[in-house]
Design a protein around this ligand. Sequence first.
Ligand code: AMP
Ligand code: MG
Length: 642
Amino acid sequence: MKRKEFRKLISVDKAREIINSLQVLPRKEASPLESAYGKILAEDIITEINVPPFPRAVMDGYAVRAEDTYACSETEPVEFRLLGNIPAGSDAKFKVSAGEAVEIATGAPIPEGANAVVMVEYSSEEGGTVAIYRPVTVGENIMKAGSDIRKGERVLRAGRKLGTREIGVLASIGKKDVPVLKLKVGIISTGDELVRPGEKLTSGKIYDANSYTLYAGIHECGAFPLLYGIVEDNEAAMKEALETAVSECALILTSGSTSSGAGDVMYRLIDEIGETLAHGINIKPGKPVVIGVIKGVPIIGLPGNPTSALMIFNEFVIPLLRKALGEGKELKKTEKGIMGTGFRSEGRQQLLPVGLIRGKIYPADRGSGAITSLSGADGFIEIPSSTEFIEAGTPVEVTLFGEVEKPDLLIAGGSCPGLDLLEDLSGLRFRTLYTSSSGGFSAIAANTADIAGVNMPSRDSRGQDGVLYNIPTIENMGLSGVVLVKGYKREVGLLVSQDKPISGLSDLPGKNLINRNLGSGTRALLDLKIAEFVAGKGISKKEFTDSISGYDSGVKSEVAVCEAVASGKAEVGIGKKACTEKNGLQFIKFAEEEYDFLIRKEIMETPEVRRFLEILNSAEFASKLPDGLHVYERTGEIIFFE
Ligand code: AMP
Ligand code: MG
C-alpha cells in the first residue's frame, strides 16, 4: 500500500482538482413515477407518442370547416346542419362537409373534414341546426397532434433532476418506470461526545447534527444518503464502519476526527486502509479536511464543527455529487447583495456564513462550533486571501444553502413572548438573535440588526420614579439615525420555588440566587431596585449584594433561570411573570419594566417595519399578550434620535 504524507495545506484550487479526479459511480435503477421526485434521470427520454396523440378541441363548441363561417356575423348568422356530438374520450366518427357542424367538448378529437372550432358562446342551437355568429380561422381552437410533444423528440435529458413538471411530462408520454441514478452516499459521524437526536443527553454529550445536515444535503442533490450512525473515537470501531460503508456506497462522507490531534484517527486510518490524497485545505473554516480512496471508493473526511462541515460540503461535495449524477455545471444558487456592515477577514481564503435580508448581507458567524451560525445564515460568501477588510456597501455574491426561506426582519436584543406574538400576528418572518438588551444596542449600532428589543433601565430624573428606560443608553452610546418605539410593560420579579419562604428583596441575603448575565436589562433593574431598597437602611448596596450567594452569576436566558430554580440549583432567580407559570414557580413582582424597540431609522418606511408597528398598535395584540405583559398609553410612541 502506498503511503503519502501531506504536511502542507493544499490550495483550494488543488483541492478542487483532486475532488474532480475522484471516480464516483452511481448505479442505474428503475423508479416508479410516484417515487421519482427529486431523483436524477439516468437516460435521455425519447417519446414514442405524440402529445396530444390526435388533434383536439381546446374549447367547447362546434367543429366546422372554417371557410364555411367567413360570412357569419352577429347580425347575419349562418345556419349549419348538426351531425351529432363528440364528448371527451369518445371515438365517435363523423365526416364534416360543407355547411355541417359537430358539437364537440374540450379535449375531444376533431372529426374528419373539420378544421376549426367555434366557441359555444358564438352559437345558438335549435333542433337539428346551429346558428354561428362569428367567423373562425383555420386551426382556431384546435390543438394539433404532437404540438405539445412530438413523437421521437428527446423530452428530458439524462442528468435532469425530476421535479413536478418533469414528472408531469413523463406521465403524459406514458412512462411508468423511470430510469434513474442511485448514488449511495454513506455518512459516518465520529466522536465519543455524540448522541443521536431523540436519545437522552447525558453530561458532556452533544447531539449529532452532522449526520442529519449531510443526509438532507445529499438528498437535496438527488443522491441517496445512508446513515452509518455515530462511531466512537477508536480505530477499530471506525475501521469497521468504514469497511461496511465501502462495501455498500459509491462515496463516503465522515465528519470529525480529521485534525492531527491525539484522538483524531480518521486521517491515519484512511492512510492505513486506503490512500490519502490530501490532508488539509487552506481555507477557513474547514482546514482539517481529508480526501482519500479506500478500495476504489472515494472518502471525504469533513471537519466536526457543523458549520464547517456544511460549508465544505457545499463548496466541494455538492459539485462532486452533481458531476457524478451528470447534472450540468450550473451548480450554485447565488444571490447578489451588498454588505450591510464591514467585516475584517484574516488574509486567508475564507467562506463566511452570512444572512441576507432585503438585499443586505450580514456576517452570521457565531464563532467556531456554533450551530446557530447555520440556522442564522442563508448562505456564505467567499473572501479571497488578498482581502483583509470588506467595507459596508461592497457588492458581494452569496452562495445560498439549499432552499432557504429568507427572513423579513432581523431582530436582536432581549427575548420576549410578546415578540413571538408580534411575529405570529404580523405574518412576518423574524430571524431572532437573542443577545440581551445591551447586545441589542450594539447590533443596532453595528448595523447588524433591523430591530432590537430593549429594556435597559437607568437612574435618571426624567423617568417615572427616577428610572428611565433605554434613552440614557442610547445617549451614552451616542447612537444616531435610530428610532425608539415604545413597546409594552412587563412585570418582572423574583422567581421562587413554591416551597421557599421568600417574599421580597429583603429576604435575599443568605439565599442562593441565579442572576442574569451582565448586559441583561432585567439584571440592571434588579441592581436599581436593590439600590433603592438599601437607601436609608444604613447598609451599602455592596454589603447587601455580597450577602447574596450567586449574585455575580449570570445565565444568558430566562429559561436557564427558571430551570435552575425549578431544579433546586438556586433558591431564587429573576425574570418575567410570563415565564413562571409553566415552570410552577412563585412570582414576586418588584417592578414593571418598559420593553421598547430600537429601530434603524432608514428602515422605518419599509413595508416590514410598517407592518410590525401596525401590529404593535393593534387591539388584537393588546388582547392577546400573555399575563404579566400589557400595552399602555405610550405603546407605539416614536422617539427619534438624529
Ligand atoms: P472534531 O473535528 O472531531 O475535532 O470535532 C470538532 C468539533 O465539532 C467538536 O466540538 C465536536 O464536538 C463537534 N462535532 C463533531 N462531530 C459533530 C457532529 N456530528 N454534530 C455536532 N457536532 C460535532
Ligand atoms: Mg471528534
